[in-house]
Write a new protein. Structure first.
Length: 269
């Protein structure tokens, strides 16, 4: 059983919802990423999504686009991201790490080489934003061989036949994009999220994580009532943007935000 599945099973058994923070690897500089990952775990993160910097992050809003730019100024590439995970694993061998990014870097490295290298580094899953399951066969074969999970996105506009195809291809968990638009969008409707998550669960027993629109402890708590995982990204990345040269403040602010979310989520039980 993968780290992702075992972690989700333990959380389900204890009646808890996973807290899954996202940061872009190498933002605001490469030396911050691993210490920040450890700090997030200490503050209540159950899994970590680590973004691969990319020059054209078309599914992301300005906040994460700028994060990619900051990381790319330091020439952070896929090999560097894997090295960061490898360093993280020197102290933490239990927290699942999922890479999130776009197809080009994986194609450039080669699917088989990527999957083998990622598994060796300690990566547990891959979410490729711009790769639909209909075109994912070659990558899926390599991920499965490396015993890594393939995470796919669903949205409010995903039709029933597409849900079926996505859940057949995916493993680990499903990522429900709660809003129409890019990362950092507003106006989260929790009742609507609940409806769509229930619909997805008619097709799959996989856990469903909800991302986009998680702004604070209150929204995290509300979404935790209707999902298996709360995924938070832009609000954390914004903290890096606001204090790019102050690692201590970034870590402190991120830790406080996640601790507040964890407390609010747990107190909804």
């Amino acid at each position: 059983m993968s780290r992702i599945s075992s972690t989700m099973d333990v959380l389900k058994a204890t009646g808890k919802t996973a807290l899954v923070p996202y940061i872009t690897a190498g933002d605001s500089h490469p030396g911050l990423t691993v210490p920040l990952m450890h700090a997030m775990v200490k503050s209540g993160a159950d899994l970590i999504e680590l973004g691969i910097p990319f020059s054209d992050p078309m599914a992301d809003g300005p906040t994460i686009q700028l994060a990619c730019e900051r990381a790319l100024k330091h020439h952070v590439g896929l090999h560097d991201v894997l090295d960061m995970v490898r360093e993280f694993r020197q102290q933490d061998d239990s927290t699942p790490v999922i890479l999130m990014g776009y197809l080009n870097p994986l194609e450039a490295m080669g699917y088989e080489t990527f999957a083998e290298s990622a598994k060796s580094a300690g990566v547990d899953g891959m979410l490729t934003v711009d790769l639909p399951p209909e075109e994912a066969h070659d990558l899926l074969v390599c991920l499965k061989k490396a015993e890594m999970d393939a995470i796919f996105l669903l949205s409010p506009t995903t039709r029933k036949h597409r849900i079926q195809r996505i859940v057949e291809a995916g493993s680990g968990y499903l990522y429900y994009v709660s809003l129409k638009g890019v990362t950092g969008s507003n106006a989260l409707d929790v009742d609507d999220v609940d409806k769509h998550v229930r619909n997805i669960k008619e097709y799959s027993d996989l856990p469903v994580g909800v991302g986009f629109g998680i702004k604070d402890a209150a929204t995290a708590a509300a979404v935790s009532k209707v999902s298996d995982a709360v995924i938070v990204g832009s609000v954390l990345v914004k903290m890096i943007e606001q204090n790019p040269d102050d690692d201590a403040l970034i870590i402190a602010n991120t830790s406080q935000m996640l601790a507040d979310m964890r407390h609010a989520m747990d107190n909804t039980l």
